[in-house]
Design a protein around this ligand. Sequence first.
Ligand code: SOE
Length: 388
Amino acid sequence: MSNVRIGMVGYKFMGKAHSNAYRAVPMFFPDALKPEPKVICGRDPQAVEKARAQFGWESAVTDWRDLVSRDDIDLIDINAPSDAHKEIALAAAANGKHIFCEKPLALNLKDSKEMLESAEKAGIKHMVGFNYRFAPAVQLAKKLISEGRIGKIYHYRAWFLQDWIIDEQFPLVWRLQKDIAGSGSHGDLGAHCIDLARYLIGEFKEVIGMSETFVKQRPLPSEMTGLTAKGNKDAPLGDVTVDDATLFMTRFESGALGSFEATRFAAGHRCTNAFEINGSKGSIKFDFERLNELQVYFTGDDEDVQGFRRVLVTDAPHAYMDAWWPAGHTIGYEHTFTHEIHEFMKAIEEDRQPVPNFVDGVKCQEILEAVDRSIEERRWVAIKELQE
Ligand code: SOE
């Protein structure tokens, strides 16, 4: 196979991010298989046709059922709202298509397990969209930890802060409806923090959390709108059925202690996805708003120059950077998706599963649900309980 022919379901925020990556991969990573953006799918014929022309897909369809069985498609990309993931993924797997699915993998743990089982049974390659793993600075953090340069890890602190729903008139978009989104800040933002923690320092052992829905009712939107929707104060109100903020503490299998905070109510924070890790030999700090930097502290530095150093992660020794620009030239959010798709193309070429895949999607969902259970039952919940 020389090209991987893509059929993509969804054409909004993530559809745009993925389309951009499919176009960028052959230009910047010409060594691996080439993704070929063939068919884009969405329910609204005019809107999907507009996206097709703008994002550069060959053709557009309005029913994903027509897409998953086509002979001229090798990989199905699912970036429609979360309630659509499972049905499309099961059908795609049954038709032998590889799958790239946005996070969170499904509405709940049960559905995510079903998706994993069907993918394994079909023998297809599957990937879940935890794109922040693919920031070169995050990869450098992983390298430093794996090489033992931070020592034994004691603390993992993560926070993902946004502020796009602080206005009480902001409409009840799909991301605020449990039956469509699965959960609120927890599954949307907390899922990224959980995945990064698993990637960087390993598995969670037990959790205890708390959450709040600060604004319980919001104006109903007139259409399926997203993050940039505008409120209409005269519209009838509907119930918000997801969390606005979820916080939890954890103990990792390694013995490290962790704290996590995901909220859409942190005024001034547009997209602060950050973590800090403290070990016996040093510390690491990352903040997505400064994507090209990693702050690193080593206890072994001479006393008179000790302090956090700012490493600009833009040069050839850093992951993926030799494919981009000369040393010191920065990259952005969209590059995380390009790296992610590149990894998927390489995995198909080498006939192995890409990482993160549906196994990681399920493990993340276990932790999300363990936190939910701990909130409901007001107690510590062992992750093992969810695996029984
Ligand atoms: C919206 O909250 C959002 O776009 C998430 O859905 C993404 O996964 C995250 O990367 C940024 O914020």
